[in-house]
Design a protein around this ligand. Structure first.
Ligand SMILES: Nc1nc2c(ncn2[C@@H]2O[C@H](COP(=O)(O)OP(=O)(O)O)[C@@H](O)[C@H]2O)c(=O)[nH]1
Ligand SMILES: [Mg+2]
Length: 388
């Protein structure tokens, strides 16, 4: 039976070179640059001491041009038509056994199943002292000691082999490759067991792996969405609480300051920022306004006030915004309760509609006092309350 040897690992680790070393050919394209030359798996068959081998070189993981999943799918395709069994996987790496290396190795375990580690040979390339057993053992031990994961990976694998497959330019005799080949083939010769490969099972493994990643990504997105929503609700609650706090503070401040003022129940005139005085029309149906009027601030319900004119009528703001008028009914129930909102020496007059009394910009108070329906700080009108 032909022994199928699958060479896998990350791009640039030396897979194709190792393939050439084992087969004593140049059938696999070696790339001097960090890019993957192997865009498709490639099989080279040869025999050694009466044993036939298929050496299968694959696209490296971490290839820049191909996605991880595509690479895995192609790796599975490499089996189709070649074989339904696997004699040995050679996992190639060079340098440190980094986290990327660990991830790549585990990914392959995932495709072939955990059982595969017993037919996996880890080959470290670019190791100049590869013929020195002690140096090789020390290096292997260092990798085992690196962390838990490397410990599990290296201890569970079939064998750990070091090579240094220099190019002809680097070593014209290619002695290192010959030596490496000997080491590798002695090892492969002893790899008599093979595990069956089931294309569908491998595809299922790959699919469920990416499905798990997808599911986790979706769960994560959903968690993030919920968190963002909670934060938004919290921020809104905080905003409302802050608004409420400020409102209360303003009311408390207004009340405190109002208590300290001497315009209660005294005659005052209300002067607007144009220097004009407030007058309110005595006839709610006409826009006629009399000459400047004297008002009295009557405290009602704590910080709320009613504004009474000199003729005993109360000022009332029309919610429609067409004007502030005197209430002819002079009925306490109909009084409008205003809140005086302090602003320096001035006061904003806030109606119970939540709108501010505002004097007509063009004509001034001597013609009309009106309600500003826009509650906007800049639009507030502030008045001087002048005792007379
Ligand atoms: N010195 C040295 N160079 C190597 C070794 N293995 C591979 N290389 C070089 O590393 C580069 C990438 O090798 P290649 O086999 O194409 O990597 P692949 O992407 O894994 O197939 C090439 O220039 C090789 O000559 C090795 O063991 N020692
Ligand atoms: Mg290659």
């Amino acid at each position: 039976m032909i022994r199928n040897i699958l060479i896998i690992g990350r791009t640039g680790s030396g897979k194709s070179t190792l393939g050439n070393t084992i087969t004593s050919t140049n059938c696999f394209k070696e790339s001097e640059y960090g890019v993957s030359e192997t865009k498709q798996y490639k099989v080279v068959s040869f025999s050694h001491q009466g044993v036939a081998y298929n050496i299968i070189d694959t696209v490296g993981l971490g290839d820049t041009k191909m996605g991880e999943r595509q690479i895995l799918d192609q790796m599975v395709s490499a089996f189709k038509g070649i074989t339904d069994n696997l004699s040995q996987i050679i996992y190639v790496f060079s340098g440190k056994f980094t986290q990327d290396e660990i991830d790549a190795y585990n990914l392959l375990n995932l495709v072939f199943g955990q059982d595969v580690s017993r037919i996996t040979t880890i080959v470290r390339t670019r190791f100049p002292k590869f013929t020195d057993t002690e140096a090789c053992n020390t290096d292997k031990q260092l990798i085992i000691n690196e962390n838990n994961q490397t410990n599990v990976i290296v201890s569970r694998c079939n064998k750990f082999i070091h090579v240094n497959n220099m190019t002809e330019d680097e070593q014209p005799t290619l002695k290192n490759r010959v030596d490496a080949k000997t080491i590798l083939l002695v090892h492969l010769q002893g790899c008599t067991t093979a595990i069956p490969t089931n294309e569908q099972a491998m595809r299922n493994n790959i699919n469920s792996h990416y499905q798990r990643i997808e599911d986790e990504k979706r769960r994560q997105q959903e968690r993030e969405r919920q968190l963002a929503e909670q934060q938004r609700v919290l921020a809104e609650q905080q905003r409302l609480a802050e608004l409420h706090r400020r409102e209360l503070e303003a009311k408390i401040l207004a009340e405190k300051r109002l208590r300290g003022y001497d315009f209660w129940n005294r005659n005052i005139v209300i002067q607007n920022w144009h220097g004009q005085y407030m007058t309110a029309g005595v006839n709610p149906y006409s826009t006629f306004r009399g000459p400047s009027q004297t008002f009295t601030l009557v405290p009602v319900e704590g910080y709320k006030v009613a504004i009474r004119s000199e003729n005993g009528l109360y000022l009332r703001a029309h919610p429609g915004g067409q004007g502030a008028k005197l209430d002819l009914s002079n009925n306490l129930l109909d009084w409008e309760k205003f809140i005086l909102v302090p602003h320096g020496d001035h006061w904003g007059i806030l109606s119970f509609h939540g709108t501010y009394i505002r004097s007509h910009r063009i004509r001034g108070f001597n013609k009309s006092a009106s309600i500003d329906l826009q509650v906007h700080m800049r639009e507030w009108e502030f008045y001087k309350l002048i005792p007379v």
